[in-house]
Design a protein around this ligand. Structure first.
Ligand SMILES: [Mn+2]
Length: 438
């Protein structure tokens, strides 16, 4: 037996907010497909973010139909109860259970979707639906729409336009409500605590994978179902590979470790990167380059406030990192020329920020009408400048070879500026070394 872990008023409130944008429309959201390999091996299921956002319903083989102003307005299709099947694959709410707990107007069995869905779409003028997130459901829906097109053309009502709801939902998800901020803050706090656990555990000779295990144990002990994305646990020169995910090498004395890992709590993801010495003490060279990167990162965080844009932060990052590269003899020449020719891309090749929310790279566009989106209170974004000097990069000082540094925090935009949601995670050299002494 299960009962929902979340207050239904949260999901109902989100649907009410959305209703104004959906006049004479039906929004259809399908659950994520299950991942099953070799026929019967089930992998952990995670609900589609938009489906969870508007229902709180976490089972596969389900769908939401939301038709503001119509009766019934909110309909869930769910898997029917099936005791024999549940013995194998676990509890299902079933039609009755879903009706009892999820505060929707109507619940049908997913087995009857071909019969019931056409009726729910017969009196709407457009459909909001995202193709390709569940291709099985795509096929079912296209067949239904094909039939409807035929009957609608006979009654001269024209074809049903299909619009992707991601942009509309992205606008909503960018602006976090109080409870969403609370959940997100907790996701970032747990991520920070788990980073500290890894800092305390690491020592020369330990495998990157064991450290990943420490991170996972720490977040799950604190109530997280999973990490928000595959962690990057990169010792030494592995940190110069941006999306290093093998996490299976031995950590060496004298190397730095780059840990990019985040907990998912109530479907909100933290996303923190820290760099710390495997043996607990930064060398002089490591100290110098790390401190310079930290200064840049802290200055960038201080620029986050309503009215700025990720584009403006990117321009500042490129300027500061190019200066740093000249200073460290990684680049030679005039700063403006080097920026013009994008020479910095040899050592820094990604964006400094992305939206953060239910997905680690969250919904919401970067541009609005072709212009950089202006940052508003309630947005959460990352700040993550990086520097990656591969061990065989030509013409770089020997002492810097094989060093990869990225420092990443999660920043909530507030009316007066910002709040660093990941501030519990140490990043000052003295603070990191102090944590590691314990
Ligand atoms: Mn990130």
């Amino acid at each position: 037996m299960r009962t929902p872990q979340y207050a239904m008023s949260i999901f109902k409130g989100r649907r009410e907010k959305l209703a104004n944008h959906l006049k004479d429309s039906a929004l259809i959201l399908a659950a994520n497909p299950e991942v099953i390999r070799n026929g019967d091996v089930h992998y952990p299921f995670r609900q589609n973010s938009n489906m969870f956002y508007l229902t709180g319903f976490e089972e596969p083989n389900s769908a939401l139909i939301f038709r503001p102003g119509k009766n019934p307005e909110t309909v869930l299709f769910v898997m029917s109860k099936d005791p024999a099947q549940e013995t194998w694959t676990g509890f299902r709410y079933g039609v009755e259970g879903a009706k009892r707990y999820f505060e929707v107007d109507e619940v049908y069995s997913i087995d009857s979707v071909q019969d019931e869905l056409p009726k729910l779409l017969s009196d709407v003028d457009q459909i909001y639906y995202s193709l390709f997130s569940n291709t099985n459901f795509d096929t079912i829906l296209m067949d239904i729409i094909n039939d409807l097109t035929w009957s609608r053309s006979r009654s001269n009502r024209g074809n049903l336009p299909i619009i992707d709801p991601c942009a509309m939902l992205g606008e909503m998800r960018l602006r976090k409500s109080n409870v969403e901020v609370e959940w997100h803050r907790r996701a970032c706090e747990i991520s920070a605590e788990a980073h500290i656990e890894v800092m305390k555990t690491i020592r020369p000779g330990i495998n990157e994978r064991a450290l990943h295990g420490v991170f996972l144990r720490s977040i799950m002990e604190r109530g997280c179902a999973r990490e928000g994305y595959g962690a990057i646990v990169a010792g030494g020169e592995n940190a110069t590979t941006l999306h290093y995910e093998f996490n299976d090498q031995v950590c060496k004395d004298g190397d730095l470790l780059l840990l990019d890992a985040g907990a998912e709590y109530n479907y909100f993801s933290g996303d923190i990167t820290r760099v710390f010495p495997v043996n607990g003490r930064f060398s002089d060279t490591q100290k110098r380059i790390y401190q310079k990167m930290l200064n840049v990162q802290k200055d960038l965080v201080s620029l986050v406030k309503p009215g700025t844009s990720r584009e403006a932060l990117q321009t500042e990052t490129v300027s500061r990192l190019t200066e740093l590269m000249i200073d460290e003899k990684l680049l030679k020449g005039r700063k403006d020329d080097l920026i013009e020719k994008k020479e910095y891309e040899r050592f820094y090749m990604h964006r400094v920020s992305h939206w953060l929310g239910m997905e680690v790279h969250d919904a919401g566009t970067t541009l609005v009408n072709g212009e950089p989106r202006v940052i508003e209170p309630g947005f959460v974004l990352t700040i993550e400048p990086g520097l990656y000097i591969s061990k065989d990069a030509p013409g770089v000082p020997d002492e810097l070879r094989g060093i990869g540094i990225r420092i990443e925090d999660d920043v909530l935009v507030t009316e007066s500026g910002h709040e660093v949601l990941s501030s519990k995670c140490p990043k000052e050299i003295a603070d990191i070394e102090a944590v590691m002494r314990h």
